[in-house]
Design a protein around this ligand. Structure first.
Ligand SMILES: [Zn+2]
Length: 368
């Protein structure tokens, strides 16, 4: 008799520490000192202007010396190798990765190349990268080339809400969009029996975090955007930062993704939409996912009310793909790229290209 097939493992992983609040950047030296006496800060020029001096001063107070590698702006294998080889002479113990999306991924790439732990310091809450162990590497033509993996998640995530409050509103909106879809994508991935980003099945905890993130955004997103307009953190913004950075990151990595994120691969293949921030591409993809799920009109209208209240895009034209409207050839290209995404199979049933394209057309018609 052959043995019964083993059921796959459920896996949950996350950062060792998560620190959020006004002014917490000034304590980053103590975070770094847990891992050694030599830190390497990776950030681009613009981010260095915001955080460079404060990180240096905090490290000095904590007895940690802090070298800097200036990130050139694109996360390529060559750029990671350049920064890593320049840093090797100083033998750092810990990498501090600061920035919006790409600066953090650049620092993760350097940490991986050097075999070091990483502390992430998001300067905007625009995406779910800070807590996760993966990072996106691009080619010289700025196309996504591969997904890199750290041995483990960042050892600490330091989110200074005063800095997030002063970042552009569009970045906070992208973070809200990226987080908003997670409850629906994690649920689809569970229904399909799909794997999470760690290669295991998702935990109930991942779904609970995604649903918590959704509840927080429904209650506080509009007020949080107003706080960003004022440039000052308040209770609503603190809640939304936690949803967009901690809950969104833990839920996608541990719960898995579905159509909304698969579609970002397709949207990066067409003019106009290509340049839209990841998080707003996700929210458009979520409308297409709702269409494929066969949601009833009252549900979709309730979602669209949230999109209107926050300013999230509901059409390809609002994403930037207009004059002319999307062509049949471009729709086919979006579908081809979306179907190639690893998250595409994480849906309750198999989807045909015709069904997917019909869903996009339906979303466009509803938004017109
Ligand atoms: Zn995302």
């Amino acid at each position: 008799m052959s043995p019964a097939p083993r059921s796959p493992a459920t896996i949950f992983a996350g950062p060792l520490r998560y620190v959020q609040g006004p002014g917490v950047l000034d304590g980053i030296g103590d975070e770094a000192a847990r891992f050694g006496r030599h830190a390497l800060l990776v950030a681009d020029e613009a981010v260095l202007a915001i955080v460079g001096e404060r990180i240096a001063a905090s490290c000095e107070r904590a007895g940690v010396d802090c070298a800097t590698q200036v990130f050139g702006g694109e996360v390529t294998r060559a750029e990671i190798a350049r920064m890593a080889s320049a840093a090797r002479t100083g033998i750092p113990d810990i990498v501090l990765a600061a920035g919006g999306g790409k600066g953090i991924d650049a620092g993760k790439g350097v940490a991986e190349a050097l075999g070091l732990p990483v502390i992430t310091v998001p300067t905007a809450a625009s995406n779910d990268a800070p807590t996760s162990h993966i990072f996106v590497i691009y080619d010289e033509a700025h196309r996504i080339a591969e997904v890199g993996r750290l041995r483990h998640n960042p050892v600490s995530v330091v989110v200074d809400s005063e800095i997030i409050a002063r970042a552009p509103r569009g970045l906070m909106l992208a973070g809200i969009g990226d987080a908003f879809s997670k409850a629906f994508e994690v649920r689809q991935c569970r229904m399909a029996g799909g794997n999470n980003v760690h290669g295991g099945l998702g935990t109930r905890a991942a779904l609970a975090l995604a649903e918590l993130s959704y509840d927080i955004l429904r209650e506080h997103a509009v007020a949080a955007l107003a706080a960003v307009d004022r440039g000052e953190p308040d209770a609503a913004l603190e809640a939304v930062i936690e949803a967009a950075v901690l809950h969104s990151g833990l839920s996608f990595e541990n719960g898995g993704l579905s159509i909304a994120h698969a579609m970002t691969r397709g949207l990066t293949g067409v003019r106009g939409a290509r340049e839209a921030p990841h998080g707003v591409q996700v929210t458009y993809g979520l409308l297409v996912q709702f269409e494929l799920e066969g949601r009833d009109p009252a549900f979709v209208e309730d979602m669209r009310a949230f999109y209107r209240a926050t300013g999230l895009p509901q059409t390809l034209a609002e994403l930037g793909l207009k004059d002319p409207a999307i062509t049949d050839a471009e729709l086919d290209r979006v579908a081809e790229l979306t179907e190639a995404a690893v998250y595409w199979p994480n849906f309750e049933r198999r989807l045909s290209r015709a069904q997917f394209i019909a869903a996009i057309r339906a979303v466009e018609a509803a938004g017109a």
